[in-house]
Design a protein around this ligand. Structure first.
Ligand code: GDP
Ligand code: MG
Length: 163
């Protein structure tokens, strides 16, 4: 029960870094959903006096590109079912990849709010590069450095405005 925010995106963009940051003030409540695989982490975060569940997707590994892409799609779909809002994370250092475009196409099908995050925007040069991601066409685009926490306040203000 409660309001749920899911973080989706391909591996290595920084989803778990943001997840851990969101759970920082409050001890993470993490459990295995299925007991078999551990492809999602669940926790509870607080912002502006509001609590919400956070799902970190994509803790899987695979050697095959096919399985890999199928997994990412599966995770995005589960997140779209379970969450009230979605944080779609990308990485400025790689630019827009084919997998990003795949996930973007999936997320366009939901009527739930989608917040596009361009992560690893650690400096002003990267801020310029990050403008490329506006072409993905999401209403809300946020430039973050999940590592330093820069930009997360604005994102969270908007996310909890849905609660
Ligand atoms: P995930 O696979 O999407 O969960 O990504 P991780 O959270 O595991 O991060 C992947 C790598 O990106 C790690 O080495 C992180 O330290 C790094 N990373 C995450 N956020 C940032 C950021 O804001 N800036 C930089 N430069 N690196 C980051
Ligand atoms: Mg991760």
């Amino acid at each position: 029960a409660g309001f749920t925010v899911a973080i989706v995106g391909r591996p290595n963009v920084g989803k778990s870094t943001l997840f851990n940051r969101l759970l920082e003030q409050r001890r993470a409540i993490v459990d295995d959903q299925s007991g078999v695989t551990r492809d999602r982490q669940y926790g509870i975060a607080d912002w502006n006096g509001k609590s919400f569940n956070v799902i970190d997707t994509g803790g899987f590994v695979s050697n095959s590109d096919d399985v890999f892409e199928r997994e990412i799609r599966k995770q995005a779909k589960v997140a779209m079912d379970e969450a009230n809002v979605l944080i779609f994370m990308t990485d400025v250092t790689t630019g827009i990849t084919d997998l990003d475009s795949d996930v973007a196409n999936l997320l366009r099908r939901t009527s739930k709010p989608v917040y596009l995050v361009v992560n690893k925007v650690d400096n002003s040069q990267r801020q310029l590069e990050a403008t490329e991601f506006y072409s993905l066409g999401f209403d809300k685009t946020y430039f973050l450095s999940s590592m330093s926490g820069s930009g997360t306040g604005e994102l969270l203000d908007d996310v909890v405005s849905n609660i």
